[in-house]
Design a protein around this ligand. Sequence first.
Ligand code: F6R
Ligand code: ZN
Length: 185
Amino acid sequence: MIMTEKPFITRIVPEEFRLDGADSLSITTVKDMASIFLSKSIAATMQDRIVYRVTKRNVPLESGELLQCITEILPGDCDGELFMTKGHGHSNSACAEIYLGISGRGLVLLQRGNEFQAIELEKYKSVYIPGGWNHRTVNVSSEDPLVFYSIWPAQSGYDYDAIFRNPFSKRVFRDGSSYKLVGVQ
Ligand code: F6R
Ligand code: ZN
C-alpha cells in the first residue's frame, strides 16, 4: 500500500482563490451542468460560462489519507437559478466532510432521504457534512465569488448519480438582491 510519507503544506492564495500546493485544477462550465440546471433551454445559450473551479491536492486513495481542495463558485445564474456545484453523495457513505468558508456568501444544501437542510456558509464558518448526506454548494452573492476549503477522507469516492436518485428538495433562485429557496415538485 502506498501512503503519503512526508509532511507537506498547502496554502490558500487569497486573491486567486486557489490552493497553492494543489496538483489538479478542474473547471466546470454551464455545458457540464446541462442536466442539472432547471432551465435546459437557457443553459443551452450560455454553455461556455464558467460556473466553478476546483484546485485539489491529491494523495493516495487509501484509508487514513485526506483529500483537500478549494472551490471557487463564480457569481451568476442560469435563468435565475444561482450558480452552484453539481452536488454529489460519497460512494462510501460512511465518509464525512468539512467545508470551511474562505470568502463570499453561500448556502450548503444537504439531503438525506426526505430530510433537507440549507446551511449558510461564510468566511471562517465550517459546516460538518456527515456521511450519507448528499451535498451541493450555492453562491448567493450576485457580485463576489464564493470560496471554501474542503477536507474529506480519500476513500470517500464521488457518487454524482446520487443527486438524480434522490434530488435536493429545493433549488436556489435570485430574489432581488437576495435569494429564495424554491421547492421542487
Ligand atoms: C468533495 C467535495 C467538494 C466538491 C467541490 C465541487 O467531496 O464535496 O470538494 O467536490 O466543491 O463540487 P462537485 O464535486 O459537486 O462538483
Ligand atoms: Zn463531498
